[in-house]
Design a protein around this ligand. Sequence first.
Ligand code: R5P
Length: 307
Amino acid sequence: MRRILFTLPGNEGLATAIATAMDAEQGALSLRHFPDGESYVRILSDVKGKQAIVVCTLHRPDEKLLPLMYLCRALKDLGATTITLVAPYLSYMRQDKAFQPGEAVTSAYFAALLSSFTDGLVTIDPHLHRRSTLQEIYTVPCEVLHASSLISAWIKKHVKEPVLIGPDSESEQWVSVVAHDADAPFTVLEKTRLGDADVRVTVPHVERYADRTPVLVDDIISTARTMIETVGHLKAMGLKAPWCIGTHGVFAGRAYEDLLAAGAARVITCNTIPHSSNAIDVSSLIVPALEHLLKEKHLPITDPTQP
Ligand code: R5P
């Protein structure tokens, strides 16, 4: 089966790496906005009878969702056999329950929407907190990948005598794996979030690691308040300037600059979201998972307009 890969703006680097590794044709698109702000999508390549792969990481999802849906629906209308979405960062995973009465549980609604116009999803370290698998909310087959092995290899290569620090007790399961593979000790913090950008952390006794380089690892750096708070505590306790590693560098507003200004020695992210801090390439994870999904698990798309 022939494959054709389409890229939404901002994903070109990763998409080219995937297309090259899979020997897939790169599809041509015309995307723009009409003067009134509505989206225009035109597919310029022949997609009939081909397996379409769409690469679109989903930070700032509200502005991406409609063009993405229009593209996927048009691919199907033009005869693509399957639509597989590669979204290295999957958004709307943190609102996984109503914390206040009346709140929308957007992780479930978002999952239903993506599942309605795709046949499969490949993603990396989605924020699974109160849910144990994506299949609890996604009705299409999902390949969930983990960047932990790439992060530990990077730490092993670049940081001398590290001690890994996780932001909260939930992170222990994967920080312990990264630490084990990087041959480093680790500890985790107690974190309380009081608001979108108001985070308090309690740092356990880390004085014994005074000779080591602290490496903060988290799945998401969004406002960076979690890391900024931690950096402040570690500095106050006399530790070396920490390195901060996030799988997904969302960096809301001036989060990146603020984190550096707070005293982070370096800020490193995976290229799941394009950013100048990207240093860990995830394309080697995506290609085999995509092959597996395309060969083994693909289901025909269901047309929500048909009874
Ligand atoms: C939360 O549970 C996540 O693991 C991260 O700790 C969180 O998303 C980081 O957010 P922020 O950068 O806004 O503190």
